[in-house]
Write a protein that binds this ligand. Structure first.
Ligand SMILES: C[S@@+](CC[C@H](N)C(=O)[O-])C[C@H]1O[C@@H](n2cnc3c(N)ncnc32)[C@H](O)[C@@H]1O
Length: 253
């Protein structure tokens, strides 16, 4: 939209009519349903909710350019001695995270994984680098290993944020988070970095807690996770999580 212009439905009598219509009980849900039908993005998410119900974490591919600059800087700094670090962006959506990392690590081999084919198509179209790869999958291949894995804004859900239910079980159970995290852990080298934030769950509540040390707490503008759920799926009131970057420790013994 041009600066200073307002969408025509938002002005004058039509705007008032719209406000009145929205007060009629069935109008708002009906409008949402109609939007779901006409909007391709919503259609893909609606399809994923059914076809990938057991695996889907945050369903919405919401992201932004250079979303976590200090975190990206911190990882690039720690990987500066590697000629071509291998990086996984889990839940890469339309690829903004991959491109932000590419800008900092031009030689890195970066794999973006997502379940949303439409978001992946946008990511591919916006990234000319031959060292970037985008794949429709919910886990890396068994033989793949990475020096750093990003799982930002994936272990969360818009419906949890909106409704803050006492239990997350019906929307995204803790077990789904932990299973996905274990698959990422299997692909991370010892000494590798795991960036996990903007989430409703804590690594420290999982069976992997002893294998990781906190490397960095929420740096600057990246907010601490404020709505958290524990291993019993219950909401953890009055608790925040600021740890956002972890290092995988060598196996004991
Ligand atoms: C909010 S976006 C996160 C984008 C980016 N990582 C960021 O922090 O800005 C969440 C993405 O995770 C994807 N996603 C959800 N569950 C997934 C799964 N099991 N495997 C791969 N991607 C998944 C969604 O399709 C969506 O594009």
């Amino acid at each position: 939209m041009l600066p200073g212009k307002r969408p025509f439905l938002m002005t004058g009598p039509l705007s008032r009519l719209r406000q009145l219509a929205l007060r009629i009980p069935f109008v708002r849900p009906l409008g949402h349903r109609l939007l779901a039908v006409v909007s391709a993005d919503r259609r893909v998410v609606a399809h994923l909710r059914v076809s990938a119900a057991d695996q889907l974490l945050q369903p919405w591919p919401t992201t932004s350019e250079d979303r976590y600059p200090r975190l990206f800087d911190a990882v690039a700094l720690r990987l500066r001695d590697r000629a071509a670090p291998r990086i996984l962006s889990f839940g890469c959506a339309s690829g903004e995270e991959v491109r932000a990392l590419r800008a900092r690590m031009p030689e890195a081999a970066i794999l973006g994984l997502d379940l949303n084919p439409r978001a992946l198509a946008k990511a591919r179209a916006a990234d000319p680098s031959p060292r970037s790869e985008y794949r429709l999958a919910s886990a890396p291949r068994p033989e793949e290993r990475f020096d750093a894995i990003f799982a930002m804004a994936v272990f969360r859900h818009g419906a949890l944020k909106r409704d803050r239910p006492e239990s997350c079980a019906a929307i995204m159970p803790f077990s789904r988070f932990e299973a996905a995290l274990c698959r990422l852990d299997a692909a991370l080298e010892e000494g590798g970095l795991l960036a996990m934030g903007n989430a409703h769950f804590r690594l420290s509540d999982t069976g992997l807690a002893d294998r990781y040390a906190v490397e960095l707490r929420s740096p600057g503008q990246e907010p601490a996770s404020a709505l958290l759920y524990g291993p019993d799926d219950r909401r953890l009131d009055g608790v925040r999580e600021s740890a956002v970057l972890f290092r995988k420790l060598p196996e004991a013994g």
